[in-house]
Design a protein around this ligand. Structure first.
Ligand code: FAD
Length: 452
């Protein structure tokens, strides 16, 4: 057994995904000696394997965490701002809804590119040792020991790990060990929808064939497709679609079924997707899971972060952002409580759990908004009215999307405030049929009353 990592300033991270690699930089900043173990091979050496452009929306919580380790500016250079949603109806007609105020944007970044940038920083840091092709098979919580498999040599070894950070994603082995402890709370809930990544090809001279600075949505009531821009002029599309039923992954079995469906439902996108058939039939169908668990920590020995602690569905674009915010919060707690890990871990889970639970709820809610409501003119009118209220009463009214995406307010506060605002809007919208109705004295009076 490898036993040389017992001293107090040595820590172990399982998983060098987005959250694990960022976390290692924060821990190294606090002068810990960090060992990270990652099941995959070094994605920088095998970029082709991971080279499919898969992108993520990065927003303010994520940026803040990247700023904390000095990498935000570098990422900004390769991030594409998306200032609003562009909706495509079945006739190919477009409508646009800004995400926030002018210049407020979420950013499309390449998942692989971001991970590589973080790993490059990790490599340059003398306090961090990154071990690839190391799969955790078992965590012995009583003995503080990990059983690891070297996936290239197939050799197993045991490693001592006194302080273990589980950043090994939604199907975490670290959490799996915790789940076997007494009275452990755990739930995983799947949507009846899966997702499929597809692609819109670049146009001539690698130009974007759709508006570049927007997140595109094809809302179709019970399902939808979205597309985010990539630097090479392509868009990564994601089809969120039922597994079963009349219109579902199951119902589209042949090339002819698929093409007929796209021609009817996504007519403006189809001509832009030359690889649709192979993408659809060759790419895996991903599942959409929400995972909740508690506690996230065990004494001063183990803590879970990122998807390992709180996997959520992707409809608010907040999974990674929430995992990055975990790093920001843990960093603050390390500042405040130095090496008192028992206290740091306790406070961390107390602070984060209500917020990530709230984010999980908001993420599921947002699926309904994106696939259905954004195609409803009444809903779009309501959004316009909300931004007018925000402009008139900036101290009293921040739209829910803004709170989640452009502030660092606790997610739980955003959820609660959003529910309160929803009640107000239901009352107010009864008196509004046109945008200009907002200025009517009776509407203004009612609004003032409702805001007090
Ligand atoms: P992961 O990224 O899953 O990383 C875990 C790492 O641990 C991996 O490298 C894995 O190889 C390693 N690992 C796992 N098991 C072991 C083991 N036994 N031994 C060793 N290593 C192991 N979030 C956003 O903020 N914005 C978005 O726009 C967005 N879009 C999304 C779209 C989709 C379709 C999906 C599915 C998710 C999206 N997310 C988004 C969520 C985001 O991808 C996750 O929240 C984020 O990747 C979590 O990071 P993580 O490091 O916690 O976990």
């Amino acid at each position: 057994m490898v036993t040389d990592d017992n001293s107090n300033n040595k820590v172990t991270i399982m998983g060098a995904g987005l959250v694990g690699s960022l976390l290692s930089l924060y821990l190294a900043k606090h002068n810990y000696r960090v060992a990270i173990y990652e099941r995959r091979n070094d994605l920088r050496k095998n970029y082709v394997e991971y080279g499919r452009s898969i992108n993520l929306a990065l927003s303010d919580r994520g940026w803040k965490a990247l700023e904390g380790v000095g990498i935000a500016e570098e990422i900004r250079k390769v991030a594409i701002p998306m200032y609003g949603r562009m909706m495509h109806d079945v006739q190919g007609q477009l409508s646009y809804q800004p995400y926030g105020k002018e210049n407020q944007a979420i950013y499309s970044v390449s998942r692989g590119g971001l991970n590589v940038a973080l790993m490059d920083l990790v490599d340059q840091n003398p306090n961090i040792d990154l071990h690839f092709n190391q799969q955790c098979l078992h965590v012995d919580l009583a003995a503080n020991e990990l059983e690891m498999l070297d996936t290239t040599t197939q050799v197993k070894q045991k490693i001592a790990a006194n302080r273990l950070f589980g950043a090994d994603g939604a199907y975490s082995m670290v959490r799996y060990a915790m789940q076997k402890t007494e009275r452990y709370e755990y739930s995983q809930t799947y949507l009846e929808y899966g997702y499929k990544e597809l692609r819109i090809a670049p146009g001539e001279n690698n130009q974007w064939v759709l508006e570049k600075n927007a997140l595109h949505i094809w809302p179709r009531g019970s399902y939808m497709m979205i597309a985010l821009p990539n630097l090479d002029g392509s868009f990564t599309c994601t089809l969120f679609f039922p597994y079963e039923g009349d219109v579902s992954f199951n119902s589209l079995q042949t090339e002819a079924d698929l093409l007929a469906f796209f021609k009817k439902i996504f007519p403006d996108a189809l001509p832009l997707m030359p690889d649709l058939v192979s993408d659809f039939f060759d790419n895996p169908t991903g599942s959409l899971v929400t995972i909740k668990c508690f506690p996230w920590s065990l004494q001063d020995k183990v803590v879970l972060l990122g998807d390992a602690a709180h996997a959520i569905v992707p409809f608010y674009g907040q999974g990674m952002n929430a995992g990055f915010e975990d790093c920001t919060v843990l960093n603050q707690l390390m500042d405040e409580h130095l090496d008192n890990w028992d206290l740091i871990f306790k406070k961390f889970q107390e602070l984060r759990k209500p917020n990530t639970d709230a984010m999980a709820e908001l993420a599921v809610q947002n699926f309904i908004e994106m696939r259905d409501l954004v195609a409803d003119p009444r809903f779009l009118l309501r959004k316009k009215i909300e931004s007018k209220i925000n402009a008139q009463y900036p101290e009293k009214w921040l739209p829910l999307y803004t709170m989640v995406t452009y502030t660092h307010l606790p997610y739980s506060l955003a959820l609660e405030t959003g529910k309160h605002q929803d009640k107000i809007m239901k009352k107010l919208m009864k008196h509004i049929t046109l945008e200009s109705d907002y200025d009517k004295p009776e509407v203004q009076q009612l609004l003032q009353k409702l805001l007090h």
